[in-house]
Write a protein that binds this ligand. Structure first.
Ligand SMILES: Nc1nc2c(c(=O)[nH]1)N[C@H]1C(S)=C(S)[C@@H](COP(=O)(O)OP(=O)(O)OC[C@H]3O[C@@H](n4cnc5c(=O)[nH]c(N)nc54)[C@H](O)[C@@H]3O)O[C@H]1N2
Ligand SMILES: Nc1nc2c(c(=O)[nH]1)N[C@H]1C(S)=C(S)[C@@H](COP(=O)(O)OP(=O)(O)OC[C@H]3O[C@@H](n4cnc5c(=O)[nH]c(N)nc54)[C@H](O)[C@@H]3O)O[C@H]1N2
Ligand code: SF4
Ligand SMILES: [Mo]
Length: 731
């Protein structure tokens, strides 16, 4: 047990004094990154350099222009498949991070009273090294874990570092993002995702995924083009989301019941004999059991659960069949199938099943499985990987269906709460605010001996750590190559756009090299990121100089062809039934699983979603983006007009939202764009870190309201399994 006298929660509530210490001392306060340049008599030095945005998992390619070393403009890299010459609003805004006056600019150590003091890097490495070695000595390496949001260098350095220490406990952010979906697709179609062939599609059904909110520039463009071409776009969402302008239909649904809709569509396709017999007979496993089970999932049955009229369900199924194979269900990302419900895993499997019944896998206009490139094996002994740790990753036994490359960090949290996880490292991750019930992370940290966070600002996770190690921002560092698959193959890379702004910050590789050395495993880290990048690039025939110049390079054409793809599943076929799911104690056949929490009378379902200008918790404190949110009151809770009338609430009124876990107050936005009985909360707000003064206590965060729990089999956080009450706060 730790010796701190001030609990982390108390600390979170107070201590504005720490702000001064933790953040840029003598700060470089450039309000905007398009900084005003002194009118120069001398000619200015203009440079361009390519990089990848760090705003979200898309990592779009960008090209930055600097004038006299100051960031001047950013534009999307024309050659990058996700950017195609564009980056989104938050991609632009995020660049302010480099110049933020609230960055962490030197290593910080927590004091016994809970506040922080700056220390030098040697001391930080030495102390962390000693504590890590002591944990290994006493509790074994399996009591250490690292959690990271997969970033080009971070994911590779994190895994290498943990494995070198002898621990397999490497977790991605996925249990609060797309873990259920990726795990489900991996087992069902043999790949973690697929794409929809918008350019040739006649009909696409969106299940709780919004390109107009959860933005990736190329996706928005493909949707806009499809709408222009007359593709029928159906949005299934309790909320008319911001993809609505491209849609033909909005089908409001009860939250967490999409699985019933999909199963009833399957029922119609099978019972009315509208499915693709050839595809099903030749390419699938478990169809007979699926068909037998699906008999009971009639549209009338689904109407009661989803609140979608049976006639609408029938019409959708028939229209999809008519448009098939140029019709498909969109592949989804987070909401509904990523991590939200007790049935997210099966909902994702059911999406795949509809595409199978339509015969749209591999078809022109259908659902496509494409390939991804990766670096080949490196011969050079310098890069030799550490041996595979003996003990299995914590959580893999309890959640055997979780995608191997991600794991579930909920298991790491549960192990820390049980006192089994003694040392936690975080890289580019604000787990304690974004991954599961925040107060449970706080409780877990109390039971550890060491928490280390590598971040650029004092996130909620950093604020509760023993050591905070400041990284340079993404614009100030070179990283390992990032490979992008699809109909074509690419490799992209971050290069140095800006010289280091704060002298006492370090790059990802410098930090991990220092940590490894101090922990006694430096032998696996005798190179720089630049060395490793060069070696990885060489395996695909690309040079570092090419990357530094272009930022994105197209690799040899994989010669994508339409036609039934190879399903890399256990059976080698599309799986309506997956034996491994049965082994995990769940229904092996894709079928009905209810959501866990159904709102009672007087309660609301609460759903969340992205907003175009923000990414998770990371952009909350960006000056320009925060100002836009405040200007337009974007933090407000959406409420259906009918409900608002009943509660006597108007736009701008404050309400109290309460669940079993938390109570919070927020303003309301009354709208016709929401199903009555449901409230919608933008998911980014509600910061708890007083050092992030713009984001601090602005709005509320859905995660605070969710009980700690995990979806069976996969271990996702179930980010929407909660019901809330809402009442007006009298002024
Ligand atoms: N602006 C922005 N874009 C982003 C990101 C970001 O942070 N900000 N992050 C990127 C990342 S990492 C991710 S994972 C993706 C996420 O992208 P999405 O999966 O599209 O994310 P969300 O906005 O959470 O949810 C989409 C829609 O689901 C709806 N929804 C909620 N509950 C239900 C339900 O029970 N049923 C149905 N049918 N619909 C429901 C919401 O109203 C919302 O409109 O976005 C990526 N793009
Ligand atoms: N409240 C809330 N929770 C969420 C979501 C949400 O929108 N709101 N979205 C969910 C989804 S879809 C996902 S994918 C996950 C994302 O989960 P995370 O990746 O944890 O995303 P963020 O919450 O933005 O936290 C990222 C952290 O990395 C830090 N950071 C930014 N740049 C750098 C850098 O260059 N180096 C280092 N070392 N650190 C850096 C930020 O300061 C921040 O503390 O969150 C999930 N949980
Ligand atoms: S979608 Fe936007 S925030 Fe995400 S990587 Fe691309 S430009 Fe950056
Ligand atoms: Mo995500």
């Amino acid at each position: 047990m730790r010796e701190t006298t001030v609990s982390r929660r108390t600390f979170l509530k107070g201590s504005a004094a720490t702000a001064a210490l933790a953040c840029a001392a003598g700060s470089i306060s450039l309000g905007s990154w398009q900084a005003e340049r002194a009118v120069a008599d001398e000619p200015s030095a203009t440079k361009t350099a390519p990089s990848l945005c760090n705003g979200c998992s898309s990592k779009c390619g960008l090209v930055a222009t600097t004038v006299d070393g100051q960031l001047w403009t950013l534009r999307g890299n024309e050659g990058h498949p996700y950017a195609k010459g564009r980056i989104c609003g938050r991609g632009h805004g995020l660049a302010q991070m480099a110049y933020s006056d609230e960055r962490v600019t030197q290593p910080m150590r927590r004091k016994d009273d809970g506040s922080f003091e700056p220390i030098d890097w040697d001391t930080a490495f030495k102390e962390i090294g000693e504590k890590t070695k002591a944990i290994i000595e006493k509790n074994g390496p399996e009591s250490l874990a690292i959690i990271q949001d997969p970033r080009p260098s971070g994911k590779q350095y994190s895994a290498r570092f943990m494995n070198a220490l002898g621990s397999a406990n490497v977790y991605a952010h996925s249990s609060s993002c797309n873990l259920s979906k990726e795990s489900a697709y991996q087992l069902t179609i043999g790949a973690t995702g697929f794409s929809n062939d918008f350019a040739n599609a006649k009909m696409v059904l969106f299940i709780g995924r919004s390109y107009g909110d959860g933005i990736r520039p190329s996706s928005v463009q493909s949707l806009a083009d499809a709408a222009e071409n007359g593709t029928r776009i159906v949005i299934v969402d309790p909320r008319l989301n911001n993809s609505g302008i491209f849609a033909s239909d909005w089908v409001p649904i009860n939250p967490g019941t999409d699985l019933a809709l999909l199963l009833a569509m399957a029922n119609v396709l099978i019972e009315e004999d509208l499915y693709d017999h050839d595809f099903v007979e030749q390419n699938t496993y478990g169809f007979d059991e699926f068909a037998a089970q699906t008999k009971e999932y009639t549209p009338t049955w689904a109407e009661k659960i989803t609140d979608i009229p049976a006639a609408t369900i029938e019409e959708l199924a028939r229209a999809m069949a008519k448009a098939a194979p140029a019709a498909s269900v969109e592949s989804g990302w987070r909401a509904v199938i990523g991590c939200s419900y007790n049935n997210s895993f099966d909902t994702a499997r059911a999406i795949a099943a509809i595409n199978a019944l339509l015969g749209s896998w591999g078809a022109k206009g259908g659902a496509l499985l494409t390939s991804s490139p990766k670096a080949g094996a490196i011969e050079d002994a310098r890069f030799k990987a550490p041996a595979k740790p003996e003990a299995k990753r914590v959580g893999d036994a309890e959640y055997p269906l979780a995608l191997a490359s991600a794991g579930t960090n909920v298991a790491a949290l549960q192990a820390a709460l049980n006192g089994e996880m003694k040392g936690l490292f975080f890289y580019n991750s604000n787990a304690a605010k974004g991954y599961a019930q925040p107060k449970k992370w706080t409780e877990a940290f109390e039971k550890t001996d060491l928490v280390v966070t590598i971040d650029v600002q004092m996130s909620e996770t950093a604020l509760q750590s023993d050591y905070v190690l400041p990284e340079v921002t993404y614009l100030e560092r070179l990283e390992l190559p990032e490979f992008v698959g699809g109909k074509k193959h690419f490799v992209g890379m971050r290069t140095v756009v800006l010289d280091k702004i704060h002298p006492e910050t370090k790059t990802c590789d410098e930090i991990f090299n220092g940590l490894a050395e101090a922990c006694g495993v430096g032998e696996y880290f005798q190179f720089t990121a630049e060395d490793w990048a060069e070696a990885q690039l060489a395996t695909v025939g690309v040079t570092l100089d090419q990357m530094k110049k272009d930022g994105v390079i197209e690799l040899p054409d994989p010669n994508f062809q339409y036609g039934v793809p190879t399903f890399k599943t256990t059976s080698g076929k599309f799986e309506f039934k997956t034996d491994k799911v049965g082994d995990a104690g769940l229904n092996p056949v894709i079928g009905w699983v209810p959501r866990k929490v159904t709102p009672k009378d007087g309660e609301f379902s609460i759903i969340g979603g992205k907003q175009g200008i923000h990414s998770h918790t990371m952009t909350q404190n960006i000056e320009a983006l925060n100002a836009i949110s405040r200007e337009y009151h974007m933090e407000r809770l959406w409420m259906a007009a009918k409900d608002a009338e009943q509660l006597g609430v108007q736009t701008g009124d404050t309400v109290e939202v309460a669940s079993s876990e938390h109570t919070g107050q927020v303003e309301v936005r009354v709208t016709q764009r929401l199903k009555p009985g449901v409230v919608f909360l933008p998911t980014h707000y509600g910061g708890d870190s007083p050092t992030q003064t713009r984001a601090y206590q602005y709005g509320i965060s859905l995660n605070d309201f969710i009980p700690l729990d995990a979806e069976p089999g996969v271990g996702s956080m179930m980010s929407q399994e909660v019901a809330v009450t809402v009442k007006k706060v009298e002024a």
